[in-house]
Design a protein around this ligand. Sequence first.
Ligand SMILES: [Zn+2]
Ligand SMILES: [Zn+2]
Length: 324
Amino acid sequence: MNTLIDSNHSENLIPKRQTSSLIEFLQTNGTFARLIDLLSTKQNDKSPDAIGRRGWKFVIGKEKVNKKSSINFAKFNKFILEGLSDLIYPHNCILCHRLLLIHNPQIFLCASCLSTIEHNFPPFCPKCSKHLINTEQPLCSDCLKREYHFDYAYSACFYNDTLRRLIHLFKYANKTSLRHHLGNLILSFLRTYHINLGKFDVLIPIPLHPIRFRERGYNQSHLLAQEIARHWKIPLSSDNLIRIRHTKNQALVGLKNRWTNIQGAFRIKHSSQFLEKSVLLVDDLLTTGTTVSEAARMLKEAGAKKVDVLTLSIGAVKFKDNSI
Ligand SMILES: [Zn+2]
Ligand SMILES: [Zn+2]
């Protein structure tokens, strides 16, 4: 049975019998289990974190005195500070603003919103990776209608309402911290389907025109590409493929005009960088694929031997929100 004892006096603070039901509750309570895990450290732990072990001790199970674990005050302070931070700056779901009870920087959505993310899954279209509904066709219906200049595109999620809202926050509301969460969605997809990015020589985010970059202050594709490049340790090239035409927002252009709207939008400053290279273009969203296809065309012209595309989400050609 667990007991709470003062390590300096080796006296029980609370008699065992009175603590039994409390301890049973603590043992079955995930939050307290996590708290104990956070605060506990072994007696022989000489790490700087283990300072202050002369304080309160948690004795786990029937372990003998010399195997007791003690509070790690560095972790305890961090826990308290995080708690205070939660009070001052509550940790809320970024979409529905519901209060998140667990302080974990990795968690940005409540369970309800998280469950609405639709992950892309096999069978994949052999060209754009969109989930293939009709497996009797060689490609998805979009890829049957047009030819792309890239070799293959990978997409982590379906562009549903949740992704639309997340991308909108990421692109237009300065929620740049979403880069980690959205980057993790991509990394998780790559892990799940054993997609090895080690074969690529360079990652290139789809660039923004300087005017749009000034308006926005950042390029969301660059932020995503940074996450992927850091994880896979692949060089990132963000200033060689540039956007030279300030094109109309592709979403505001009719489907038929998207190809002409984007033509000639990119230029490569030093084509030798891409000669015989395997290149991975990174973007947030693939709908008609016109933008990434045009960038791939330029890279192929510059001598790239392979140009693939990696996007956070893939959508149907028609979508509701014209602001994307
Ligand atoms: Zn939510
Ligand atoms: Zn396809």
